[in-house]
Design a binder for this molecule. Structure first.
Ligand SMILES: [Zn+2]
Ligand SMILES: [Zn+2]
Length: 409
């Protein structure tokens, strides 16, 4: 139910937009400040200091040092109401920046090549705006600045540290600037947006020997070649073709000389899927394949399997909230892109496992300005106009969520 008159609402909306537009130069400045000082996961000291200093300046209550470098800011209105959390990640990547911009990375070999500098700047802009306009919402907004999204993962330790408690968070939203979508679009969908990320390491233990006398050996290379091939049949022949999954062997190392049969071979790979029903399935099936082939060839093996991030799954009602707001912001139905699933992973998934919420992609590519390199590329950069759009979407989600008594399943 729309609780305000449409005329009044549009005046309110345009004032939000003009307020945020006025803030945009500062949001860009913060983003560029952070871009020059990128830090790897759990080492975001300068980043955390910068955030804390701003929150302090603006009189926003906050707690630092959560899961090492994480920060939670709490902005309460004077009226009781729901608690909405907004999550931003802060970490950079071990990449040498190749952009020629005045705000290029000053940290050798480290770069904000995924846009997390932008996420932090958007979250700061949102915090600033909300703190200045506490009358515009009821309840409480918690802004979560999370370390180490790129690995090993800061979301899980933050959830374990209780960031979703006291006051208890009713729902959470978050965004990723997304160069796979053009500026002016938003990728949002119900259900799985991003995949589970799992990985495995396997060592095949054969028996080395002379390349001319294979009968005296157990050739770990021949065994691992069979394993690599057979692993491809898990997705092709065991998984329902309506489902999506990936098994990739990305590393395979064996051997030292052309006339020596290698006694060991090491392989590593990654597994991706959307449907949570597959939790545990690939671990079991991959080991079965490895064990069966090793046994048939007289080899043995060591196997390690890690479930890193679960799939990122949106609550339909929260996705609808984001979709309706995003539609107002991008102003064209074509700007809402539901076909935005990716087999990439995100530890936002841990927050979404704990409380209902929505993670979405904010289109940030602009080929006309040469801002369309993919994420994790040494020339990755995005159109900073997306920053003000991000703040507007967050602010208006807060206003809408914290006005209604949304019953979430
Ligand atoms: Zn990334
Ligand atoms: Zn990222």
């Amino acid at each position: 139910m729309v609780s305000t008159f449409s005329g009044a609402r549009s005046v309110e909306q345009s004032s939000i937009r003009s307020d945020i537009r006025a803030l945009q130069p500062q949001i860009v400045e913060w983003r560029r400040h952070l871009h020059q000082r990128p830090e790897l996961g759990f080492q975001e000291q300068l980043t955390a200091q910068f955030i804390a200093q701003k929150l302090q300046e603006w009189g926003i209550e906050h707690q630092t040092g959560i899961a090492k470098t994480g920060i939670v800011a709490t902005i309460s209105s004077d009226r009781p109401g729901p608690v909405l959390a907004i999550r931003a990640d802060m970490d950079a990547l071990p990449i040498q920046e190749e952009n020629d911009v005045p705000y290029c990375s000053q940290h050798d070999g480290i770069m904000h090549a995924c846009g997390h500098d932008g996420h932090t700047a958007i979250a700061l802009g949102t915090a600033y705006y909300l703190a200045q306009h506490r009358e515009r919402f009821s309840g409480t907004v918690k802004i979560i600045f999370q370390p180490a999204e790129e690995g090993p993962g800061g979301a899980k330790p933050m959830v374990e540290a209780g960031v979703l408690k006291n006051p208890d968070v009713d729902a959470i939203i978050g965004l990723h600037l997304w160069n796979n979508l053009p500026l002016g679009t938003v990728g949002v969908r119900n259900g799985a947006l991003m995949a589970a990320v799992e990985c495995f390491n396997c060592k095949i233990l054969g028996k080395g020997g002379h390349g001319a006398m294979p009968h005296q050996t157990v050739d770990s290379i021949v065994v691992s070649a069979q394993i690599v091939n057979a692993l491809q049949t898990i997705v092709a022949r065991n998984v329902d073709p309506i489902e999506s999954a990936v098994v990739t062997v990305g590393k395979l190392h064996a051997g030292t000389a052309l006339n020596v049969i290698a006694d060991t071979a090491c392989m590593s790979g990654t597994v991706r899927y959307f449907n949570p029903k597959f939790e545990g399935y690939f671990e079991q099936r991959i080991e079965q394949v490895i064990a069966g082939i090793c046994q048939s060839q007289g080899a043995s093996y060591e196997f390690e399997y890690l479930r890193l991030y679960p799939p990122t799954i949106n609550n339909p009602q929260m996705a609808e909230l984001v979709r309706s707001i995003a539609l107002d912001v991008v102003e064209t139905p074509a700007g809402i892109v539901p076909e935005c699933q990716t087999m990439g992973g995100e530890d936002m998934s841990f927050f979404l496992q704990a409380v209902p919420g929505c993670y979405f992609f904010l289109g940030s590519a602009n080929p006309d300005k040469d801002l369309a390199y993919p994420h994790h590329h040494p020339r990755f950069n995005f159109d900073e106009t997306a920053l003000e759009m991000g703040v507007e979407i967050f602010v208006r989600c807060v206003e809408k969520f914290c006005k209604r008594s949304l019953e979430i399943e």
